[in-house]
Write a protein that binds this ligand. Structure first.
Ligand code: NDP
Length: 342
């Protein structure tokens, strides 16, 4: 197969107060290093994290920096030593396979993806779903089974419950584990969606941003148990203090995002009043090895295939990346957004 020498990609320059994000052409094709496959992308997933790089909350590894961290496409080249790989699901990857992957800049026509994070897509999986489910789906599964392994009947709280991770997390907690979910979100439409996905209770944050606290505390079952057993909080700064109020004795507080800003440093001695545990996990240390990645991804794909987990998808042509990034930043979106790469 003859490959072009250059391609186009959506790149960030000058992250911080006045960033530039633009679709640039004539960028050299990624070089294919050991342990990688080269993928011609068809779709790329949009994740809230791009905003952290654009605004400078997280430091971009380079300037310019190609955005995106999950994609779907067709393998166009494999690195030579792949034939000796111990894992047959890696060894068998070949040119022409339709795959999804994580951990490579994906807002581009071509990406070099690390084989440990490449999934050969099963036949019949709808186009775009591969790019849609890996990052948010694996986050939801690992949060619900590792960070705080919820149990059947637990009452747990999920903030931003109608977002990409949020909707999958509510579904997994309720439909797979059998936990009872309290959802929060910023609009009635989002609350309705969270309820359709399995939330038993759903509350707006409220005009001051804090009305949800009393709403949660006044649920009779929550009163009876002295609080909620687990909290999954991606909102960060705005909901952290409220979480400490509504959590039960020996509860687990999983803080996994900063959509409203980073949680302020706090004194560890604040945990003693209720003997609570607080975690600040991120996905990748949970899926460091191929075995870990496969374990969670197999379950995720099965649940999607069976229809237990449903993905609410919105597709943007990649020329409209600006609109997509603005939409997710402005809290106007629900479910997952993906870019169709031309
Ligand atoms: P979402 O689709 O959930 O979009 C972000 C949501 O955050 C918004 O829709 C909004 O929902 C909510 N939000 C609350 N406060 C604000 C605010 N001040 N400004 C903007 N949005 C706000 O995005 P993702 O599903 O991609 O990610 C969800 C969260 O999970 C993010 O914080 C992300 O960083 C985190 N994450 C963490 C991972 C990890 O490994 N730790 C992995 C993946 C995601 P509403 O209006 O209802 O409040």
């Amino acid at each position: 197969m003859t490959l072009p020498k250059t391609h186009s990609a959506i790149q960030l320059t000058d992250p911080g107060p006045s960033p530039t994000v633009s679709l640039n052409s004539n960028i050299p094709l990624p070089t294919l290093q050991n342990g990688h496959v080269l993928v011609k992308n068809t779709y790329a997933g949009i994740n809230y994290i791009e905003n952290y790089f654009i605004s400078g909350i997280y430091q971009a590894p380079s300037d310019p920096y190609t955005l995106g961290r999950e994609g779907e496409g067709i393998i166009v080249a494999v690195s030579q030593e792949l034939a000796q790989h111990l894992d047959p699901t890696v060894r068998d990857l070949k040119v022409g396979d339709r795959v999804a992957y994580l951990q490579a800049p994906a807002y581009a026509q071509y990406s070099a993806a690390p084989v440990d994070k490449v999934l050969k897509l099963p036949e019949g999986l709808a186009e775009g779903l591969g790019a849609a489910v890996l990052l948010q789906g694996l986050t939801a599964v690992t949060l619900a089974t590792v960070s705080y392994p919820a149990k059947k009947g637990d009452i747990v709280l999920v903030h931003a419950a109608a977002g990409g991770v949020g909707l999958l997390l509510v579904q997994y907690l309720n439909k797979v584990i059998g936990a009872r979910v309290i959802a929060t979100a910023s609009s009635e439409e989002k609350l309705a969606l969270a309820k359709e996905s399995g939330a038993e209770w759903a509350f707006l944050y409220g005009p001051s941003g804090n009305e949800w606290i009393e709403a949660v505390k006044s649920i009779p079952e929550v009163k009876e148990r002295g609080g909620v057993a687990g909290i999954y909080d991606s909102v960060g700064k705005a909901t952290f203090e409220g979480g400490l109020e509504v959590i039960a004795v020996k509860g687990t507080f999983v803080s996994f995002g900063n959509a409203s800003g980073s949680v302020e440093p706090f004194s560890l001695s604040r945990l003693t009043a209720k003997n609570i545990a607080i975690l600040r996990p991120q996905l990748f240390p949970y899926i460091r090895t191929r075995a870990e990645f496969t374990r969670y991804v197999d379950e995720l794909v099965r649940l999607i295939y069976e229809g237990t987990l449903k993905v609410k998808l919105k597709v943007y042509p990649w020329e409209n990346f600006d609109q997509a990034l603005q939409d997710i930043r402005s809290r106007g979106t629900t479910g997952k957004l993906i870019l169709k790469i031309a």
